[in-house]
Design a protein around this ligand. Structure first.
Ligand code: SAM
Length: 456
């Protein structure tokens, strides 16, 4: 198996021996956007020196600027079913939590999606508990088809990412055929003894089956896979190293690594007593590890959810977060009737989507509703090649501006339109390629006269 507990522990121990010069060399490499090996990551994780930490944050900011510019990709989660046969200590959906479970009917999905489309979302993360009987793969496929078919005025969901339990190659093939964006699965913890302790019963208890889920997804043809750990379950530096080794394993085996990395921190939930966890990650350690991940995998998207506060999300965007959720509920049917059902965990940033979008723009950031890459076949290694060549900017920035213009036209009031228009006007001259710049100017005019879904 590619994750070896003793090896990770020894690597972290040895990393403490690094000399000043070693650390400076690693930081120089990171600055050149070369990415880092897991051993180099271990060295940075173990440093406590203020001077090095300052440089880590500076480089994370530079990488974010160089590769992602001032764009922030927007998405929202859609919880379709809270049926669950697992008993995961930390999760509000655990099977022994007693509440009335439900899954959305296709009509209810349409209602939820209508609300999300009215918020301007084009990209969803479909979420469900694991229950092979009440929520089987065919139900999930029906949900995805219903979401893609649902068009309301100018609203449409163009990319459905899917976060469902580890499953079989056959089931991943079905997901691939229906056209999902990223298949997201959090390892929760790479530390097997902790994994087995917190996953008390159910199919999710099987560490190896969970760990090898991406191999099966890739075998089934899915090329964009999104990883994460649930920070708070075990020692965070061990987890970061687990993520890095997993990523290197995929790169070596398949030629591409994670498309995205999510960094959820453990939150209170029904039946989840936060006082029982001794590895909760404080804000300083959290920022440090987000910045180090940014240095290590500069081309991998990084996602933060509404589990984090407004202030923390703002800081993390500067350090390399490239995607955030907005206007989220983490309840089945939650968009339609927040009070009717059970939350999986507590969210912290409760602002409406438009407030978050406006807040980003006030800071000169460009909220992006772009979903072009996967629809243009830019997935897996083709995406990574484009990203590493630096050319990704030439498509992402223009697409961000065009989708923001769509959003402004479809959902903005006068004040919002003024704010967005000003931002777009400021951003267009930054497009260096003259042909693309002219194309964007032309397309923005077309969008203002009613055309939609223009992208590069
Ligand atoms: N059932 C699928 C699975 O087993 O992977 C999907 C998981 S769930 C819908 C999405 C994620 O929420 C989980 O992978 C977990 O990391 C996270 N989560 C669960 N309980 C949480 C809590 N109390 N605080 C923060 N995140 C939590």
């Amino acid at each position: 198996m590619f994750i070896d507990k003793e090896y990770i522990e020894n690597t972290l121990k040895m990393a403490k021996e690094a000399k000043e010069n070693d650390i400076e060399n690693i930081l120089d490499r990171a600055e050149r956007l070369e990415g880092l090996t897991h051993r180099e990551v271990a060295t940075l994780l173990m440093t406590e020196d203020e001077k090095h930490l300052k440089r880590i944050y500076e480089i994370a900011g530079q990488i974010k600027d160089k590769i992602y510019g001032n764009r922030v990709v927007m998405f929202a989660p859609l919880y379709v079913s809270d049926y669950c046969v697992n008993k995961c200590k930390y999760c509000g959906y655990k099977c022994d939590n007693d509440f009335e479970r439900r899954k959305l009917t296709m009509d209810e999905i349409r209602q939820e999606v209508a609300i999300l489309e009215k918020m301007g979302h084009k990209r969803l993360a479909l979420e469900a508990g694991e229950d092979p009987v009440s929520c089987d793969i065919d139900y999930i496929i029906d949900c995805i088809k219903t979401i893609y078919d649902m068009k309301l005025d100018n609203g449409e969901i163009r990319r459905v990412n899917v976060n469902i339990a580890a499953t079989t190659v056959e089931n991943y093939k079905k997901l691939n055929e229906v056209g999902i964006g990223t298949y997201i699965l959090f390892q929760e913890t790479y530390h097997q003894p902790t994994y087995e302790e917190v996953h008390m019963a159910g199919p999710k208890k099987n560490y190896e089956y969970h760990l090898t889920a991406f191999d099966r997804a890739i075998e089934a043809g899915i090329e964009d896979v999104g990883a994460g750990v649930l920070f708070g379950l075990y020692e965070p530096y061990f987890e970061v190293l687990g993520l890095m080794i997993h990523n290197e394993y995929l790169e070596k085996t398949y030629g591409f690594g994670f498309h995205t990395i999510s960094v959820p921190r453990l939150r209170a939930a029904e039946g989840n007593d936060m006082s029982e966890y001794k590895y909760l990650v404080d804000d300083d350690v959290f920022k440090k590890l987000v910045a180090i991940i940014r240095l290590a995998v500069p081309y991998t998207g990084m996602i933060i959810s509404t589990r984090e506060t407004e202030e923390m999300r703002r800081e993390l965007i500067n350090m390399g977060i490239s995607q955030i959720s907005a206007g989220s509920t983490v309840e089945v049917g939650g968009y339609t009737a927040r009070e009717q059902s059970k939350a999986q965990f507590q969210v912290t940033d409760n602002r409406p989507a438009m407030d978050i979008i406006s807040w980003l723009m006030k800071d000169g950031l460009v909220p992006s509703f772009c979903t072009a890459c996967y629809r243009q076949g830019r997935t897996g290694d083709r995406f990574m090649q484009l990203a590493k060549s630096g050319n990704i900017k030439n498509v992402c920035h223009p697409n961000a501006l065009m989708t923001l213009c769509e959003y402004m036209m479809d959902f903005g009031d006068d004040e919002f339109k003024m704010q967005a228009e000003r931002l777009i006007e400021n951003e267009i001259p930054k497009i260096q390629n003259e042909r693309i710049r002219n194309l964007v100017i032309e397309n923005i005019d077309k969008i203002k006269s009613g055309e939609r879904d223009l992208y590069i």
